[in-house]
Design a protein. Structure first.
Length: 509
């Protein structure tokens, strides 16, 4: 049996939700982390910690995705891929790849901003996972990136560039500095993070695929190579599949740590913290001699109170917390601010009302990686026939429970679903009356992200429909969503109000 964490130990994952492709830095006594956000807005989440174990979400670096016309509708697996976070010249820098556009950069004087507008540093299809390096020894700057075969026809390569020290442009056409095809047994080399240490250029990069791969380390005396390689973290006999892709950070006392992800199906890519040391021949050693740790001594840092990114929300004044993101760039009028608590969403008219996956105005947050119960109160204020609102578990397949206004003016509790290949949703249970136009909605999420739906329309909680196994998108874990929608037509279709959103999880043993 795995030991439980104590005041002197921690247990992985330290971020048990879909914080995909994490990168981490330290500035003074503070640690900061960012992650992929794909097609959701705002993007580039910013997390803060003082002990590498307890993290809070403090903001986002990218308010809207661009170009605007490309992200007016959901593009769940596109957008912001695998960002790199750095601190240089008293500024925070984030570089990321949009696989359809190229390599972008934003920067700010403080982690909370204001962040600059995105700058396209290198245009091109399939340019992903960029990471900059400012070499303090020489004053030169470099950038390395990987390739997405789906856009470029190229994969398993890392390309290096000289970069202007201002971080605004690349100074050459680039050169392949690591060819994964030349490393026996390696494939899908990507996600490089670039460092300078002990007279070497270091690239920490995963290979072997998201679900089954390993973490590699590569080193060279010169940036453009040649590089030698070594596998430094792999599953071995643990239950942590594909442990890789993340960032290295050093504490003020000189300890080294590595944060990386593990792909967990509908839960997405959860984040683990590994101890890191150096072997006599100068190579990094991650985890327990190259295997992921489940429980380990905490970093040598001042004790901190337990913390995690927020999930619950009372929506004060109609405003939602920073844990929520839209499935595309938001438009004015989707949510209305007011003087009380509660999220007042407009029942947006849409020709795609039959398929939540196509709606840009779904407000989402990450699915917790542990068994939990999700609850929200809903009142359907709209009198528009066909207007509906509810609580969803959203992925390639989805299911939602909520309220709908009928042609006779009555409100019914409805439970709907769509299979992965289905082009529109169907009923998962027979509608039942909701006499007051209100309901308390509940989803109980068990092992394997299996979801049971319940509702209270005035006579206590009653189950509805079948158990639903949540599904991810291609690269994104399943999402919890709040949505309000109406059929096409003329005029304003009214609103729905959500109050007291809560996620309760069992205490960790």
């Amino acid at each position: 049996m795995t030991a439980a964490p104590t005041d002197t130990t921690y247990r992985n994952p330290v971020l048990n939700a879909d914080w995909s492709d994490p990168d981490v830095i330290r500035v003074g006594d503070d640690f900061y982390l960012t992650a992929s956000s794909f097609g959701r807005a705002p993007g580039l989440p910013l997390l803060h910690s003082r002990d590498l174990v307890n993290w809070t979400l403090v903001g986002h670096a990218l308010e809207r995705l661009g170009p605007e016309g490309e992200f007016t509708a959901p593009r769940h697996d596109c957008g912001v891929w695998a960002p790199a976070l750095r601190h240089h010249d008293d500024r925070f820098w984030i570089f990321w790849g949009d696989p359809d556009q190229g390599i972008f950069q934003v920067n700010a004087p403080e982690i909370r901003g204001p962040w600059s507008s995105p700058l396209l540093v290198k245009a091109g299809k399939g340019l992903i996972d960029p990471c900059p390096l400012w070499d303090d020894e020489t004053g030169e700057a470099y950038l390395v990136h990987a390739w997405a075969k789906s856009r470029s026809g190229v994969k398993n390569r890392l390309t290096g560039h000289r970069m202007h020290p201002h971080g605004t442009e690349l100074l050459d056409e680039g050169k392949v500095i690591v060819d994964g095809d030349r490393i026996p047994g390696w494939f899908t080399l990507e996600g490089p993070k670039l460092y300078r240490h002990d007279g070497w250029f270091w690239i920490l990069a995963p290979a072997g695929g998201v679900e089954t791969g390993w973490q590699g380390a590569l080193r060279s005396r010169a940036f453009f190579g040649p590089y030698e390689e070594k596998v430094v973290l792999e599953q071995k006999d643990t239950d942590v599949n594909g442990p890789h892709q993340g960032g290295w950070v050093r504490t003020p006392s000189g300890e080294d740590w590595f944060l990386h992800f593990q792909q967990r199906g509908a839960y997405g890519r959860v984040v683990h913290l590994q101890p890191m040391s150096w072997s006599p021949d100068g190579w990094p050693v991650l985890g327990d001699d190259g295997a992921p740790v489940a429980v380990h001594r905490r970093p040598d840092l001042p004790p901190q109170p337990p913390a995690a990114p927020a999930t619950d929300d009372d929506f004060p004044g109609g405003r939602h917390g920073r844990q929520w993101t839209w499935t595309a760039n938001p438009r004015e009028g989707w949510a209305t601010q007011h003087s009380a608590d509660g999220l007042r969403l407009t029942c947006v008219r849409s020709a795609d009302a039959h398929d939540l996956r196509r709606l840009p105005h779904v407000l989402t947050q990450r699915l917790p990686g542990t068994p939990c119960a999700v609850e929200v109160e809903l009142r359907l204020d709209s009198g528009e026939p066909g207007a509906r609102a509810g609580l969803a578990v959203l992925g390639d397949a989805y299911r939602w429970i909520g309220l709908q206004r009928g042609t006779d003016g009555a409100v019914h509790l409805v439970h709907r679903f769509a299979e992965t290949v289905a082009e529109q949703e169907r009923d998962a249970d027979h509608p039942r009356p909701a006499p007051d136009g209100t309901a308390l909605l509940r989803i109980e999420i068990g092992a394997g992200a299996r979801c049971s739906f319940l509702a209270d329309t005035g006579d206590g909680f009653r189950p509805t429909g079948q158990v639903f196994a949540a599904t991810p998108w291609r690269w994104v874990g399943a999402l919890l969503g709040l949505a309000a929608v109406a059929p096409t037509g003329q005029g304003h279709a009214g609103t729905a109000t959500f109050t007291r959103f809560r996620i309760s999880t069992p205490a960790r043993g």
